[in-house]
Design a protein around this ligand. Sequence first.
Ligand code: ADP
Length: 453
Amino acid sequence: MTVDVDVATEVTRAVDRAATAGPAWAQTPMPDRQAIAHRFGVLVADHADAFTDTIVAEVGKLRTDAADEVAWTVESAHWYADRPPHSRRVAGAVVGHRPLGVVATITPWNVPLHTPTWKWLPALLAGNTVVWKPSELAPRTAELAVALLREAGLPEGALQLALGAGATGSALVDDPRVAAVHFTGSTATGNAIAARVAPRGVRYALEMGGLNPAVVFADADLALAADCIVAAGIALNGQKCTCTRRVLAHEAVADELVAELTGRVSSVVPGEPSDPRTQLAPLVTTDAAHLARQAVAGAIDRGAETLAVSAGPDRPHDAFVPATLLSGVAADDPLRTRELFAPVLTFDTFTDTEDAWRRADASDYGLSAAVFSRDDEVIANAPARLRAGVVNLNRRSDAVDLEAPFGGMKQSGNGHPEGGEFIYSSVTALQAVYGQVADPPGSSVPREAHTSG
Ligand code: ADP
């Protein structure tokens, strides 16, 4: 990608400031860093309405989803403030975490406050400085977050904002002073970033797309399965990386499940995101909706059938895409091979348990999966048979806890999850120190080190 001079200059300036702020920030005592993180949590809670309004206005999320996102951000801020990276004794060594330097965080628009906070707050607590490239669709959410971090006491320079589109992200990852990249977005962009930074030895963590299956066995509670599939299919208007995309049903219950799904899809309430009755609002842009309509029309041209479509809003909206359930989508159709950010689901049947696992795995993605069964053996075997970073048993595919690791397998991630303390492995370097080193609190008795190469 060629980068225009202004973009390159802005990015260089942001990295300059972050690099300059690095040494002092890394020396700032941990209790001071923790206090800033706690104050940030308090300030976000104080500004909850402003954040919610801004998120709804910028990206069109349902107001309730935007308010939830703000609440998670408050929760994560205090959680990380209480759990910075800590040293511990391992055999004869004291193992500590060292900051890497300047961490670039590049984030998408669909969770514009919590996803970035989940990356840069632990990176900052660990003593790194950060340059954050938020989505070009959510700059005001980003500016408000940065203003509150400053108000919380974060020194100037420790977190720099680089506003702009893909070219800004591209210039950022190319800056030789960037020590690590933490990215959430599409698989294509994530892989492009990896190809750029890997040869320089830059640490990179990629959270990418999903084509997440919901596998419904013959003995499943079909009403529960249908509730979860539709709710996770239209979550964030179908624009969440953990949305259910592929429904796989045992052939014995296929008709019954379709009936359950159809009933629920046809009662999805369309509308404006700020209306509390709305369950499905327009997509983020008319371009996104255009792509989604094209993808559905293309699949139908190639023989797919529409099983269910939800109603449109009273006032037609160019960016609205109804919840759509399709059957007979060809294996090589783009709907099967590439994540589409829209409330569009495919429906297929399987014959037996092995066939179910094989079909669930027939995707390059491996972010999340849901399994519905009352059979203890099926449920016990499911995690080992599903190559997905998140597995939900008799629950929605998009249900996650903030403290657990969040990251995909295969083309959905590169094995450096976010979530809780798991993120520290991608924003710090582990250092084993032997000899005259004080025991961290709660350590066992040290023993002599072996000699090793
Ligand atoms: P999404 O479609 O989910 O927004 P993208 O991968 O297009 O996913 O965007 C995710 C983030 O990556 C955004 O902040 C976007 O501006 C940024 N981005 C897009 N292209 C590039 C690139 N070539 N290099 C770095 N960042 C990029």
